[in-house]
Design a binder for this molecule. Structure first.
Ligand code: SAM
Length: 278
């Protein structure tokens, strides 16, 4: 048995961001913007945006839009004839999204994904970009997406297989325990990508196709290094690890970057699905 105890797993802060401390909220808002601007992450977004037609009067919803970094990218892709909405549970992140939207063309709306206020059959595309891993009850949320999609409309889900995310650490048992604690402290469903084929079917969707990506960095970190830097703020503010262990983990990851021995990896998936009645 391992000789350490990391205690209770904390609850997912993304389910109630408006009740988090300002330190947590600011760290999350910065992380979302950094992540969305990272070239590797942008390539995965571009891959799924390529199925959305450009310069057409279509309607797209980015559900769980956060600070709107993906929503703004969607608008850049589709162009002005399209109508783009960003919707989120957090009023505070929506405020940031509004501030960052220099186009003033995006409609920002506060919603709960399980019972959105949108009219039935009103969107051509619904995008859920790292939303579902945070939603406790997935099938009602997916059923509502089926309701608001037009006939022939498409749901695009992008999420991480957080259960596969790992940060290199010399001791394997400790690495597994820390990986689990870090991710379970920030995400409700670590295995959402593995469960989605089942949940999509239960919600009345036909899974048309999927894409998968391994995002790995060895020697030197960039994408995952910025994630480590956000963990450095979130570990104490959310009490994810005991103080000394958290500080030792961050110090190890930063030292491995300086020494050229950094390692971190995780898989991401995109699912493309249509309501069966379409
Ligand atoms: C990991 S963030 C992703 C934000 C954005 N899509 C991005 O990738 O930058 C998850 C977002 O989902 C929102 N969220 C969580 N539960 C929600 C729900 N039930 N309905 C709508 N939004 C929700 C959170 O407030 C948060 O902004």
């Amino acid at each position: 048995m391992p000789d350490f105890d990391y205690g209770e797993v904390m609850s997912d802060p993304y389910t109630n961001l408006d009740h988090q401390t300002q330190t947590t909220l600011d760290a999350i808002a910065i992380r979302l913007e950094e992540r969305g601007s990272n070239p590797i992450f942008q390539r995965m977004i571009d891959d799924y945006l390529s199925v959305i037609p450009t310069n057409k009067p279509i309607k797209i919803l980015d559900l769980g839009c956060g600070t709107g970094v993906v929503t703004r990218k969607i608008l850049d892709h589709v162009g002005i004839p399209a109508k783009v909405c960003g919707a989120d549970l957090s009023g505070q992140l929506l405020e940031k999204a509004r501030e960052l939207d220099s186009s003033r063309k995006i409609e920002w709306i506060k919603v709960d994904s399980e019972s959105s206020p949108f009219e039935t059959a009103s969107f051509d595309f619904v995008v859920m970009h790292t939303l579902l891993s945070h939603v406790p009850d997935l099938v009602p949320c997916l059923k509502d997406a089926a309701r608001i999609l037009k006939k022939g409309g498409q749901l695009i889900i992008f999420d991480a297989d957080y259960a596969s995310v790992t940060f290199g650490y010399p001791d394997f048992e400790k690495m597994r325990a820390i990986d689990l604690k870090l991710l379970a402290g920030l995400v409700t469903h670590l295995d959402v990508c593995r469960q989605l084929p089942r949940h999509l079917k239960a919600a009345g969707f036909e899974l048309k196709s999927h894409k998968s990506y391994l995002l790995s960095e060895a020697g030197e970190g960039d994408y995952w290094l910025s994630s480590v830097k956000s963990f450095a703020k979130l570990i104490p503010s959310l009490n994810i690890l005991p103080e000394a262990e958290g500080a030792a983990w961050v110090a190890h990851m930063l030292k491995s970057q300086d020494e050229g021995t950094f390692f971190a990896a995780g898989a991401y998936y995109t699912y493309f699905a249509r309501p069966i009645s379409s």
